[in-house]
Design a protein around this ligand. Structure first.
Ligand code: ADP
Length: 482
């Protein structure tokens, strides 16, 4: 089978969140099963820095806009793990400081930027090989199925090609003014509430949900949650309408990248059988945060997160003063909303011996925290899949999570440390603190704690099973169109 992925992020070139990890690892798992997979990604400035002057595959394809054309080059990102990557080069749109915008807001031409991504992938596929199925990710690629089923409707080679959309987070939908319809040369009859319109805006994600042959999301629980007003972000009705074609597939983790036995970013390697290297990683992490004098009995709590209300950054701020009374140190890595960046830095200044914050995106430090911490916090308000709790399990770092989405699916708390982590259900900092207290108490019982670590480390989070589930879905949508 030939599968074409279109996305706005892919590790290691362009990553701001979990979607990048999935778009990198799932294609490799599919290739391992013998399938041909191509991934298309914008040639952002950051990608150009990592891969300067890659070979040119196509020198110029024409992408029309009203009254003008853009000319796109297709660059060869190489073959890795059996997966061919292509970069879409349009310097006017992608040669910028960031992927989506500046701290003061999104780039004003994001509809054009990601509309161009979708149309380029369709056009290029016609030249380099029409796939059996397109697999598109998030709102940035969600217009691909819309275009396929509207402006490319009569194209004989694309007519029967299905598209699968994966929603990694319905909190980001890509809302644009109604004129975007004209900007992308789409027919105005798409601009209705049954199709792309959402409260007087064009909603890219909604379009994708309506027009994709199947929709997936990254955990079973989130697939259910999306159909409720609490989590659907206004699209619950559309998700409910497509519930027969909506499937939750829990992410795997990329064991080439996240494996304490081989990880090149950490101070020492370790396994479930021989945990001694984790002590070295703990020392290394504490050193990186300037906390050298912390003893073995003090719990090291880690956070790696986008700072946002979605991630429960406010819960972390709220419990900080109480937490600082406990025998622990808290090391935080993250970036995101300025408001939380400031609050967390303030907290660290208030408790300098106990709380340290690094405000940045730093993949190496993320690995050091997963390896060196004892406990990992994810008090998310909602969490479609969540990868960090899976990395934590794999690294023997016990997660404390809110029971939502993928966190609820993957973390189980049982009395006397019988599960693989700790979780809370309420929507309050108090419930979070209680769960964390349970973790800290269990931490004191070294035998129970070690058993719990080993239980998590032994779990299978490989991509093999999710990749087979995606394949079955691709087969189904291909069958339905033939
Ligand atoms: P989301 O995609 O909603 O941000 P996920 O848990 O699915 O959340 O994935 C987040 C990914 O981004 C993980 O791989 C995590 O390690 C990484 N990450 C988040 N913030 C940072 C940071 N400040 N530095 C390095 N990696 C980060």
């Amino acid at each position: 089978m030939h599968i074409v992925f279109a996305a706005s992020e892919c590790s290691p070139w362009a990553k701001s969140g979990g979607v990048a990890d999935v778009v990198s690892a799932l294609p490799r798992a599919l290739a391992k099963l013998g399938h041909r997979v191509s991934v298309f990604l914008p040639y952002y400035r950051q990608v150009a820095k990592a891969v300067p002057n890659p070979p040119v595959v196509l020198h110029s394809i024409t992408i029309p806009f009203p009254g003008y054309n853009r000319f796109v080059r297709i660059l060869d990102g190489g073959v890795k793990g059996g997966v061919q990557t292509y970069f879409i080069d349009c310097a006017e749109l992608f040669d910028r400081e960031n992927f989506y915008g500046t701290p003061s807001g999104d780039y004003p031409d994001n509809a054009e930027r990601f509309g161009l991504l979708c149309r380029s992938v369709i056009e290029v596929s016609k030249m380099l090989g029409v796939p059996d199925v397109f697999h598109v990710h998030n709102w940035q690629a969600a217009m691909l199925p819309v275009m396929l089923r509207s402006i490319y409707y009569f194209d004989p080679v694309l007519r029967n090609v299905p598209a699968v959309l994966t929603v990694h987070n319905a909190g980001y939908q890509g809302w644009f003014p109604s004129q975007t319809i004209e900007k992308l040369l789409l027919p105005w009859d798409l601009y209705t509430v049954e199709k792309l319109e959402h409260y007087d805006k064009v909603d890219f994600l909604k379009g994708g949900i309506v027009y994709a042959d199947a929709i997936t999301t990254v955990s079973r629980k989130y697939a259910e949650e999306l159909q409720t007003s609490e989590f659907g972000n206004g699209l619950e009705g559309v998700f409910r309408q497509r519930s027969g074609d909506l499937l939750g597939i829990t992410n795997g983790i990329d064991s080439d990248e996240w494996n304490p036995a081989t990880d090149s970013h950490i101070a020492a390697h370790y396994t479930a059988e021989n945990l001694s290297g984790k002590k070295e990683c703990r020392r290394d992490l504490l050193h990186a945060y300037g906390l050298e004098n912390v003893g073995d009995d003090t719990a090291v709590i880690g956070v790696v997160s986008r700072f946002a209300t979605q991630k429960g950054s406010d819960f972390i701020v709220e419990i900080m003063d109480r937490l600082a009374q406990e025998d622990m140190v808290l090391v935080i890595l993250g970036s995101g909303e300025e408001y939380y960046e400031r609050l967390l830095v303030e907290m660290a200044e208030r408790h300098p011996a106990k709380v340290r914050v690094k405000v940045k995106f730093d993949n190496v430090m993320a690995h050091k925290i997963e390896a060196g911490a004892d406990i990992f916090l994810m008090p998310s308000r909602y969490e479609p899949g969540g990868l960090n709790q899976l990395y934590s399990l794999k690294y023997g770092t016990i997660p404390v999570v809110r029971a939502t989405g993928g966190l609820d699916d993957t973390i189980e708390e049982q009395p006397n440390g019988g599960g693989n982590g700790f979780k809370f259900w309420g929507y309050s900092a108090g419930a979070f603190f209680d769960a964390l207290k349970r973790a800290l108490e269990t931490f004191r019982n070294k035998q129970e704690w070690t058993q719990m670590m080993r239980r998590g480390m032994a779990q299978d989070f490989s991509w093999d099973k999710p990749a087979s589930e995606y394949l079955r879905l691709y087969e189904r949508v291909i069958q339905n169109r033939s």
